[in-house]
Design a protein around this ligand. Sequence first.
Ligand code: NAD
Length: 431
Amino acid sequence: MDGIAIFGLGFVGLPLALTYTMFGKKVYGVDINSEYIKELRQFQTHILENYKGKTINEILKESIEKGLFVPTNSPEEALKNVTNIIVTVGIPIERGTLKKEVFSNAIHTIGKCLKKGDTVLIRSTIPPGTTRNIVKPILEKESNLICCKDFYLAYSSERIAEGKAFEEFQTMPVAVGAMDEESKKRAVKLLSIINKEKIYEASCPEVVEISKLMENSSRDVNIALSNELASLTEALNVDTLEVIEVANTHKRVHLLTPGIGVGGHCIPYSSLYIFDKSDELNLPMKLLHTAREINDRRPLDVLKTIENKLKDLGKEIENSRFAIIGVAMKDNSSDISESPAMRLKDLILQAGGNLLWFDPNVKGNFPLRASNTEEALKDADVVIIPIKQDNIRLSLEKISANAKKGAIIFDARRLIDKESAEKEGFIYITV
Ligand SMILES: NC(=O)c1ccc[n+]([C@@H]2O[C@H](COP(=O)([O-])OP(=O)(O)OC[C@H]3O[C@@H](n4cnc5c(N)ncnc54)[C@H](O)[C@@H]3O)[C@@H](O)[C@H]2O)c1
């Protein structure tokens, strides 16, 4: 019985499950969302990934038809058929509060069906100490089994970027920390089925848990620095990206690109998972807090910049029409979690602006969605381009034909040529 059960079929879990099926493994994919399980059985998912010319939907169909992938909402069905269990259920954050019960409920469920000889590998991003202090006791209590004797437990962080999941599960080096040597050996074996890169064996789960959080938080700090730089260069009328390009010619400097904020779960949540522990220990973690504040405030800073330009034109947010083209949390994504573009949208609405947005990748019934770029752009006083979605055909001609004459174009991705836009009378702003 060498099947695998994967708990959580989201942006990580589904492509991870399908990657194992590509290597011939039978995978039971468990998700609590029954509607979603029905969709998966009909080869439908909101996740945008592709691999070697196939879409995730095509890979899903193939894996189900070959009998290699079984999407289910029954943990019992899954766990009676496998010895390896991978957890990708995360810890959501609502209004700054960690909803730890979402993750721990999944662990309780697994504990109830755990058998002698099973291996549990946690791949979710979690606060330091969670594998040892939360997962192990729950599994032991629910199963009446003893960790490292009856079952095995390890942690390996997930490092993929959405949109590159299939490739990066196989090519991104991973690290693993475990409760004992046998757990580590089993986890390495499970990881190496799909990952042909180096698997770094750490001394304990905490090293890998904290390393994952720092990998993300280091990007938060770096982006905060670039966003702060953007405020400086904007005030001095100097090109931010040119400054970064020059600075990065230094061999030991790597500044990241500024934007309208930091979205997704990975980066913003990591610092909050660290604060969960550091607050308990009364550690100030000033730098990480400051980086969070700078990046969180970024959509508001962007709106202030736009508001100032509107004022120069004798307009105000209240009576202006805004078009936001692309609202996902980053380029070529369907994910709107913690999306700075969505936050900017809410800020504009709160300030009384009129708004339409367009993003073909974002699924779901959301208010103020236009059905195409033209509709969103119609009569806009301000056109905001926060991200780049390759399937949005946006051009200066399209903006000219639909937006108001002399509109403001806020182009965070430099998709529109500044000179041409200004020649046509637009006010062009970038970061
Ligand atoms: N998205 C990324 O690119 C990425 C990259 C690296 C690490 N991570 C981490 O991986 C984890 C998963 O992230 P994600 O983006 O896939 O999340 P997601 O929200 O897309 O998916 C989580 C899934 O878990 C399901 N779920 C919730 N409770 C469950 C339960 N008790 N049993 C079974 N399923 C349950 C939800 O219905 C959902 O489908 C998080 O810890 C995240 O921080 C994500």
